[in-house]
Write a protein that binds this ligand. Sequence first.
Ligand SMILES: NC(=O)c1ccc[n+]([C@@H]2O[C@H](COP(=O)([O-])OP(=O)(O)OC[C@H]3O[C@@H](n4cnc5c(N)ncnc54)[C@H](O)[C@@H]3O)[C@@H](O)[C@H]2O)c1
Length: 298
Amino acid sequence: MKVGIVGFGMMGRQIAQVFAQHENEVSVTDENHESLGLGMDEIENGPYGLKAAVARGKLSTTDSSTVLSRIKTVVHLKDACAHADLVIEAVYEDPDLKQRVFQEIDSSAPPTALLASNTSTLTLTKIAAKVKRKERVLGMHFFNPAQATKLVEVIHSRETAPETIQRGLEIIKLIGKTPILAKDEPGFIANRLGLTLFQEASRLLEDEIASINDIDNAMKLGYGHPMGPFQTADLVGLDTRLRNLESLFHATGDQKWLPSKALREMVNQGYLGDPSKRRGSKGGYYQFFRIEPRTEPP
Ligand SMILES: NC(=O)c1ccc[n+]([C@@H]2O[C@H](COP(=O)([O-])OP(=O)(O)OC[C@H]3O[C@@H](n4cnc5c(N)ncnc54)[C@H](O)[C@@H]3O)[C@@H](O)[C@H]2O)c1
């Protein structure tokens, strides 16, 4: 299968790698041309990249070069989409931007191509408002880091054709993931649940009921989550978290999605999450509040 990816930031890179590792030809583009080189470097050398997979014995060195050779970077969006069977959009979580990009993808991709968005919170109805082939639009919501996480949410709007949903589910299984299906409602399944937890964690912190360490440990040690809600936010990226909450708030008008003051402050000051995952970030919750992660009793 030929896959076009528009937006080669954190998620676009991960998704490109996953498809290339499953024998698909991938063309990627990004309006920031620097991102193209940085993205390829991350796919090769990043913490979940190909060298790391070789080091863990999951991939041979020869296979890793084959995987890398399946990913082509192109400067223009139309070249990423021209021969694609599937185009996945992974640009910033901004409804107007996504709408514009989707329209451009629609006029560049072959008429039979499926058009997917990796949006975390926006509705397909909004994003694809100006797309002609609405029956071929679906959501494919990957989870960070896509190389390691098994889940992909497949989203369908009222206009998505049953064959598109079917093909979407098949594609997700072909790349070794488990799909779950959700209707086109803000936040879908996983983010509605995950962001609810994060918002409650932020309230516990803001009301000084508990410390960051203890809130994270509550979910790790008490509920068996691999990471606490603040650690998850640091991994996802705090700017992405902020955009997700703002978009849920705008979409629903529900106060429960209003971002906390601390989150806004961190993003304004350049604390965008884990610096090993987010280039240029000053750190995440633990660095901003100057605390050491701790699992032992206080
Ligand atoms: N970060 C996460 O953990 C995560 C998880 C699941 C889904 N998502 C969703 O994936 C999408 C991308 O998030 P991200 O974290 O990769 O963001 P990011 O900021 O790392 O990357 C976005 C990329 O889009 C590029 N871009 C912006 N406008 C463009 C345009 N007109 N044409 C081409 N490229 C353009 C930017 O240059 C940037 O490289 C968002 O919708 C986000 O909500 C993010």
